[in-house]
Design a protein around this ligand. Structure first.
Ligand code: MTE
Ligand code: MO
Length: 251
């Protein structure tokens, strides 16, 4: 073997390898473009292509069945709770709302509605929680809330048939913001009908007189200014689900 041959053979091999890598790259690129095109041509459900929506729904059902009522959100000492709590989201928080005439409306069945005052809710045992409140926009804050657990509330008002259903629907008095929550997450021991923040009455922009605090969910489900609650086996309408977010939005 002379010197020339020694160099030429590896170079040839190298060229072949380069070509092979390039072809694989082109193939992968074509595959990626085809998958992307295919997804975009699929019908959308709640703003999301159907196959992706199916995955989201599957994840939601999976975690709602196996996790929600079994894990507790991490809690923090009171010293870690922030004093300046961020205000985020004002849908359904119109300025002409009059809290003095507010009543919580609970639709137990068609034609059977219960109206409660804030004092009725305050008469239930008070539960406090300090947890890391997480918004899907990417921020989180350790915050301190107080109120009645939904499960205490359901027991006191004999909502046995209602809590056997799959979902609770909640909406603001003007119905502009609305969420649906699976029953295991509603009955979770850290889920409260909340009327206090940092030991004081809820500020109006934080949901006075009553909001939902549900630490096993992202912020979007923590509906401020609850007007009405109702119960059903099918998913109630959900504002951010309709904008393409995950229905379950669990943590
Ligand atoms: N009525 C109502 N409740 C709402 C919203 C809203 O726009 N309107 N935004 C939600 C979102 S996205 C978040 S992150 C939390 C924020 O709660 P905060 O304003 O008390 O921080 O409220 C939730 N509850
Ligand atoms: Mo949010």
């Amino acid at each position: 073997m002379n010197y020339r041959e020694e160099i030429l053979i590896p170079e040839k091999k190298l060229r072949r390898k380069n070509l092979a890598s390039f072809l694989i790259f082109i193939l992968l690129l074509i595959t990626a473009v085809l998958i992307w095109k295919n997804l975009h041509e699929q019908p959308t459900v709640a703003h999301t292509p159907k196959p992706l929506r199916n995955v989201l729904n599957f994840n939601g059902t999976f975690f709602s069945n196996f996790l929600s009522d079994q894990h507790l959100a991490k809690t923090y000492p009171i010293s870690e709770a922030v004093q300046h709590v961020r205000v985020n989201g004002d849908i359904g928080m119109n300025k002409d709302f009059d809290p003095s005439t507010w009543k919580l409306r609970i639709i137990r069945n068609a034609g059977d509605t219960l109206f409660l005052t804030l004092d009725d809710i305050k008469a239930l045992p008070k539960t406090e929680i300090i947890f890391d409140f997480k918004c899907i926009e990417g921020w989180s804050q350790v915050t301190h809330w107080g109120g009645a657990t939904f499960s205490d509330f359901a027991a006191k008002y004999h909502l046995d048939l209602q809590t056997k259903m799959n979902y609770v629907g909640l909406e603001t008095p003007d119905k502009k913001y609305y969420v649906g929550v699976d029953m295991p997450s509603m009955m979770h021991p850290q889920t409260i009908l909340c009327y206090e923040m940092n030991g004081k009455p809820l500020p109006v922009n934080q949901g006075y007189p009553l909001r939902l605090i549900i630490p096993v969910k992202y912020g979007i489900k923590h509906l401020k200014r609850i007007g009405t609650m109702f119960f059903r086996n099918e998913r109630p309408p959900d504002y951010w689900y309709e904008q393409g977010y995950d229905y379950f939005s669990g943590l």
